[in-house]
Design a protein around this ligand. Structure first.
Ligand SMILES: NC(=O)c1ccc[n+]([C@@H]2O[C@H](COP(=O)([O-])OP(=O)(O)OC[C@H]3O[C@@H](n4cnc5c(N)ncnc54)[C@H](O)[C@@H]3O)[C@@H](O)[C@H]2O)c1
Ligand SMILES: [Zn+2]
Length: 334
């Protein structure tokens, strides 16, 4: 499957194909040198598959985990790019999850004021969600994605085969974003999660999720309107992430809990709870609601006493609403 993402500056293909990592060089087909970036949690078997196709290219491997998505890692990458003589005509190739894509994409965005890059996402989260949309960033201190840029890749290569090595918790974590896409725009996608063998539908789950995100980001590249829908489950999700720090819950797990709070229809809420339980994703946690309120209200989306929240009352029927803090208290059960 090839999806073309159209943006104001450019358009680029997302090629989803089993085994495409083995054919990356042929698909990318660019002139000039490449600089490979990955992290040490990406299994060697995938890194060497890419390296074999570019025997002369340097692969910069940084330590895995959100704790390394920061300015220090960025600086190491940029210095390494300089040491290896990367020029403005060269191409960065990212091989990894959302952390690697965000880091490598940001490095490509700022190196010599921006060079080409290709993203090869290797987690469900990255294949389903973070690899398209052009958002790249690093965290600054405890502030997630605080320094970043919109910088579109030249190409995204999605190979579902690489998910075979992904630990189950990370596999399920990324599926939270697909459930979100289903609730926002694609009832059939949500229904795939109500079947008995979710992994057997993974290709369709990825493809449908990408299609939902493509439609939204093309219609609203810089988050002026519709793209805000992608924040469904995320305003409270980010508050849970900040409350617990980096080590307790993963991003998708926090989004799962955030989505549960933003559905007001009891029947849909029960369906979502069933799906989340099946995937070992949490529906709720014991976080102090006062603290979650404080964190959500101080989120960058809060403005003059109200906060833009995304609600869903039925599958495919999500909307944003300015919500005052009293109403948010109600949502948090205060
Ligand atoms: N740019 C965006 O639009 C966007 C959207 C959503 C999330 N994000 C960002 O994505 C990040 C989270 O991404 P993630 O969940 O992919 O985390 P991640 O990149 O940390 O990957 C999770 C873990 O899996 C390992 N891994 C990667 N591929 C593997 C594979 N095939 N087999 C085995 N292990 C593998 C990684 O080394 C890491 O330890 C966050 O930093 C978040 O802010 C960005
Ligand atoms: Zn997300």
């Amino acid at each position: 499957m090839i999806l073309t993402i159209e943006t104001k500056q450019s358009s680029y293909p997302v090629i989803m194909e089993r085994g495409v990592l083995k054919r990356a060089k042929e698909k990318i087909g660019r002139e000039g040198h490449v600089f490979l970036i990955s992290d040490d949690g990406v299994p060697e078997q995938w890194r060497s598959l890419l390296q074999q196709q570019y025997p002369d290219a340097h692969m910069h491997v940084f330590p895995q985990g959100e704790g390394f998505k920061n300015m220090r890692t960025l600086e190491d990458i940029l210095e390494d790019m300089l040491d290896h003589g990367v020029s403005r005509k060269d191409t960065v190739i990212a091989l990894g999850g959302g952390v690697c894509g965000d880091m490598a994409g940001f490095a490509a965005a700022v190196y010599m004021r921006g060079i080409h890059w290709v993203n090869i996402p290797t987690t469900t989260l990255a294949q389903i969600d973070s690899s398209i949309g052009g958002k790249t960033a690093v965290d600054v201190g405890v502030y997630k994605n605080c320094a970043g840029a919109f910088w579109q890749p030249d190409m995204v290569l999605v190979d579902p085969d690489v998910l075979s090595t992904l630990p189950l918790r990370h596999y399920n974590n990324g599926l939270a974003e697909a459930i979100k896409a289903g609730i926002l725009k694609d009832p059939h996608l949500f229904e795939l999660f109500e079947t008995n063998d979710i992994p057997s539908h993974i290709d369709e789950i990825i493809a449908r999720s990408l299609f939902v995100k493509k439609g939204i980001v093309e219609r609203d590249e810089t988050e002026q309107g519709e793209r805000k829908l992608l924040n469904f489950g995320h305003t409270l999700g980010h508050a849970y992430e900040e409350y617990y720090g980096l080590d307790t819950y993963l991003h998708g797990e926090c989004v799962a809990m955030g989505m549960m709070k933003m559905i007001r229809d009891d029947a849909l809420k029960a369906r979502l709870a069933k799906v989340l339980e099946k995937l070992d994703l949490p529906c709720a946690c014991g976080a102090d609601p006062e603290e979650i309120l404080r964190l959500a209200a101080s989120d960058k989306k809060a403005d003059k006493g109200t906060i833009t929240l995304v609600y869903a009352d039925a599958l495919g029927e999500a909307y944003t609403k300015e919500t005052d803090l009293e109403e948010l208290k109600g949502i948090l059960g205060l």
